[in-house]
Design a protein around this ligand. Structure first.
Ligand code: PEP
Ligand code: MG
Length: 912
């Protein structure tokens, strides 16, 4: 405690009952979430077993020094240990009345189950006697000791847990009993001897010289050695593969480190007046105001989460004989915690011989539906403000509400039912291991991961799978918690599934149905149903709570939200989601199918009459397209982008043509047909580009083939004229893509204006159609002051801007090297998903320069980033007028834009 940097912090009471806690909930960066909230609970008078927390920074210092302890820290830990022993009136490892401690990880951001924990630390061949004497319960004491050896061996020494599980199974078989609880004290004592032997046989002496005596590795008896090794193991678990993967998945920085909480043990397995459980102060799946969770009588720590025994619902606890008082107190604690943290909390607790102890609390993870409901209810209850309610919902999570559901009209038979652990429906091939799930997804097929119960090693498979199905475990089991966090549909605890992971099949009890690897199955995480076969899925409608929160977000939002859509159905859909216009109508998407032939015949033929025919056909088709779009968005702006295809997207592939010609020759096709194909191939070859993305596309195409934009502008104008005459209010705008120099825009604008004037006079209507440009090339961005003189609006095409700013081919790099870059943290995130700061700087420069010469210019973004919440924040800061994104992202963008505006005035309440 003498060094400048404080690395260890006490929490809980001293021997006199005074709170000696040194931390609080605001210190998560130092104490980790668990440590900070243990401190906070102690501060507000809740019963917390005393202990101390070693800071996250110490973990990083230790790791950065190559797993070497910083000077003096071990001494400080020793001081805190002695202080804890004095507070508890017991010593760790003492023979008469030993203090046992847990050693738990706890990072600044929640990483459930990803890092290590050791329980019952301090037991050895001497202290076991004290534990027996104090508890007068030899069975409990021996069980604690065997659990400790098992956990220490697997967590700290990295031994395979199966070595121990197999020994337990062998013992049960020898005794002819079915469950662990049927083993006697003597059986467990025997197991302790066996476990120590397993330890000796499997821990390599060369790695652990300090554990060798008389030439043999022995299970450490010295509590100081146990404690130091356990803390080092928890530090080390920060960088274990599953924690690293979880951080990558959840965008958590690698340099935060984990704190280590050393805490006096309390026992939920001291008989029938003891229990342990996990709970939420409200329902994390629906948001209903009800106590929610599971408990087990006479069980320890991880048993509930591990799903080893079936749990009971928390609401029953206060009715259980001997647990009434603790159960009632727990409900009071729920209320205290909610009022204090002003949010739904999740809790771990233990009742030791009737006395309630709080082991953990944190703001609880929840589904999107629950997040919305809780935010709205808490606002109504006066617990939080409307602004806070808006900040409470993670925009990314809204995606869950847009998850598919089983079609109500579909016909299907439910073959099994489990718990509805994480909402949404999923269809895919049944896969019985995480590795198979990953391989199936990599092969481009969808799968559902089917497991008895998941564990953190299954994470990669859980991420890969469309859905997760388990036959065991409750709604707070690993599978349920992780699936909900990821927004992956999950059905858990479907006990009628008898899974044989080795054989890769699951029999359904009471039937002759067997689900085999590769069989299509469907699960509904909203109802808990399991179906053999693929059920038709539909997307749910947005109503109720989501509407309320989005309307509240709209009250605060200053940035507009539009949609990228190129057909009337998508336009209508996005309008239903609240889009305030179309920010990008990609007209090349209107040239697929039959129309591809038409545009091909225009591009590849020099004969004027053929070209004119193609143009006439396209004009008619496009006028109809635009009519539908403008009608769907009546009264709202629709930005139509003139044709912007890299040409190869419109032409047949030379390789396919080659194959076709060879086939025709082999099959003896008529010579004239072959000659025609060859002519086509040579035309396609002549137009081939090495870098089509950087070639003849965008405004360059329009300049080379002025008839194309003239046709499109005429179609836009005629559709608008027709709608005006029908009494509607079309608001088209014309956008010119891929401009890099002002004269490109000047030329095309002039040509477009001529057509608009012509159509207006032909149709006898007034057409006020703004003309603007995309900014998607760095040159355009840095000369935006010039370009703005001829643009009514800029729309930032951040897909191409990212491509050209980085020099990354947008069609290739995401599957080629970006994953490696992300893995090695060369890039912090995929710049095609979240706007890169360098690209954002180009956007910012262009906005400033554009406004300097054209103060009225409208500024928007229509790259994919317009639907990414983090990017939306950046665009808000830059001061864009609107973001435009795909229809299903519109609700996310509305919420993200509202939050971006609020964050400026109130800070990010979600970080609380
Ligand atoms: C862009 O480049 O960001 C853009 C919206 O255009 P596209 O994706 O069609 O190239
Ligand atoms: Mg583009």
């Amino acid at each position: 405690m003498t060094e400048e940097v404080k690395r260890v912090y006490a929490f809980g009471k001293d021997a006199q009952g005074n709170n000696v806690t040194e931390g609080n909930t605001s210190m998560k960066a130092v104490l980790g979430g668990k440590g900070a909230n243990l401190a906070e609970m102690a501060n507000i008078g809740l019963p917390v077993p005393p202990g101390f927390t070693i800071s996250c920074q110490t973990c990083m210092e230790y790791a950065n020094a190559g797993n070497v302890w910083p000077e003096g820290v071990l001494d400080t830990i020793q001081e805190y240990r002695e202080d804890l022993e004095a507070r508890m009136g017991k010593k760790i490892g003492e023979a008469s009345d030993p203090l046992l401690v847990s050693v738990r990880s706890g990072a600044p951001l929640s990483m459930p189950g990803m890092m290590d924990t050791v329980l019952n630390l301090g037991l050895n061949d001497e202290s076991i006697k004290g534990l027996i004497a104090q508890t007068e319960n030899p069975r409990f004491a021996w069980d604690s000791y065997r659990r400790f050896i098992q956990m220490f061996s697997s967590v700290v020494m990295g031994l395979d847990s199966d070595l121990f599980e197999n020994a337990i199974t062998a013992m049960k078989n020898a005794r002819g009993v079915a469950t662990d609880t049927d083993l006697t004290a003597e059986d467990l004592q025997e197991l302790v001897v066996e476990f120590k032997q397993i330890f000796t046989e499997n821990v390599p002496a060369s790695d652990y010289a300090s554990l060798v005596s008389d030439g043999t590795v022995r299970f450490p008896q010295d509590p100081s050695v146990q404690l130091q090794l356990a803390i080092e193991a928890v530090f080390g678990s920060w960088n274990n593969p599953r924690a690293t993967l979880y951080r990558k998945q959840n965008k958590i920085a690698d340099d935060l480190g984990t704190a280590v909480n050393v805490q006096s043990m309390v026992f939920g397995n001291k008989g029938n007046t003891s229990a342990t459980g996990v709970a939420f102060t409200r329902n994390p799946a629906t948001g209903e105001k009800e106590f929610y969770g599971d408990y087990l009588v006479n069980a320890q720590g991880e048993d509930v989460v591990a799903g080893i025994r079936n749990t009971s619902p928390i609401a029953d606890l206060k009715h259980v004989e001997g647990l009434e008082e603790a159960g009632t107190e727990l409900e009071e604690v729920f209320v205290t915690l909610e009022n204090h943290f002003r949010d739904m909390c999740d809790i771990e607790f233990t009742i030791e011989q009737g006395k309630l102890w709080m082991l953990q609390t944190r703001v609880g993870k929840r589904t999107a539906a629950s997040a919305l409901h809780i935010a709205i209810e808490m606002e109504k209850e006066g617990l939080i403000t409307k602004k806070e309610a808006v900040m409470r919902v993670d925009p990314e999570q809204l995606d869950q509400l847009l998850h598919p559901q089983f079609d109500k009209h579909a016909n299907y038979d439910v073959v099994a039912k489990g718990l509805n652990a994480s909402p949404g429906a999923a269809v895919g091939e049944a896969m019985f291991s995480a590795a198979d799930a990953v391989a199936t997804t990599e092969a481009g097929r969808k799968c559902v991961l089917v497991r008895w119960e998941t564990n953190p090693d299954d994470l990669a498979g859980m991420i890969a799978a469309e859905g997760i199905l388990t036959s065991h475990g409750g709604k707070t089991s690993h599978a349920a918690v992780i699936a909900r966090g990821m927004g992956t549909p999950c059905v858990c605890g479907a006990e009628m599934l008898k899974i044989d992971a080795e054989k890769k099949e699951a029999a359904i009890a009471g039937t002759d149905i067997v689900i085999r690897e590769g069989d299509m199955i469907s699960i509904d995480g909203t109802s808990g149903c399991v179906v053999l076969g693929a059920v038709e899925l539909v997307l749910p409608e947005l109503t109720g709570d989501l509407d309320t929160i989005l309307e509240w977000a709209d009250e605060f939002r200053t940035m507009g939200v539009r949609a990228n859509a190129d057909n009337p159905e998508d336009a209508e859909l996005s309008r239903g989601f609240g889009a305030e216009g179309i920010g990008l109508c990609r007209t090349e998407h209107m040239f697929l199918g039959d129309r591809k032939q038409i545009i091909q015949s225009f591009i590849l033929n020099e004969e004027p009459s053929i070209r004119q025919k193609a143009l006439d056909e396209l004009l008619e088709a496009q006028t109809g397209d635009f009519y539908g779009m403008f009608k769907a968005m009546d009264g709202l702006p629709v930005i139509v982008r003139l044709l912007d295809p890299p040409l190869h997207e419109f032409l047949d592939s030379p390789r396919e043509l080659d194959v076709e010609i060879t086939r025709m020759v082999c099959e003896g096709a008529p010579a004239a047909d072959i000659a025609e194909k060859r002519a086509l191939l040579s035309q396609v070859d002549a137009m081939a580009e090495v870098n089509p993305m950087l070639g003849l596309r965008g405004c360059r195409l329009a300049i080379l083939y002025p008839e194309l934009p003239a046709m499109q502008v005429r179609a836009i104008a005629m559709a608008a004229a027709r709608l005006q005459k029908e009494g509607l209010h079309p608001e088209p705008e014309i956008m010119i893509p891929l401009v890099s120099v002002l004269p490109e825009l000047e030329t095309l604008r002039g040509e477009a204006e001529e057509v608009l004037v012509q159509v207006a006079s032909e149709e006898g209507v007034e057409l006020n159609i703004p003309i603007g440009t995309m900014i998607e090339l760095p040159r355009a961005a840095v000369t935006a002051d010039e370009i703005a003189t001829k643009a009514d609006f800029f729309s930032f095409g951040t897909n191409d801007l990212t491509q050209t700013a980085f020099g990354f081919s947008r069609d290739d790099v995401e599957s080629k090297f970006v994953p490696r870059y992300l893995e090695r943290r060369i890039l912090p995130f995929n710049p095609f998903e979240t706007v890169d700061p360098g690209v954002a700087m180009l956007v910012d420069i262009a906005c400033q320069k554009g406004r300097a010469t054209n103060p009225d210019i409208t500024l928007g973004v229509c790259g994919e980033h317009g639907g990414d919440p983090d990017s939306v924040k950046t665009f808000h800061k830059i001061g864009l007028t609107y973001v435009s994104c795909s229809p299903y992202r519109v609700p996310l963008a509305r919420l993200a834009a509202g939050q971006a505006a609020l964050a400026e005035t109130m800070g990010d309440a979600r970080d609380k």
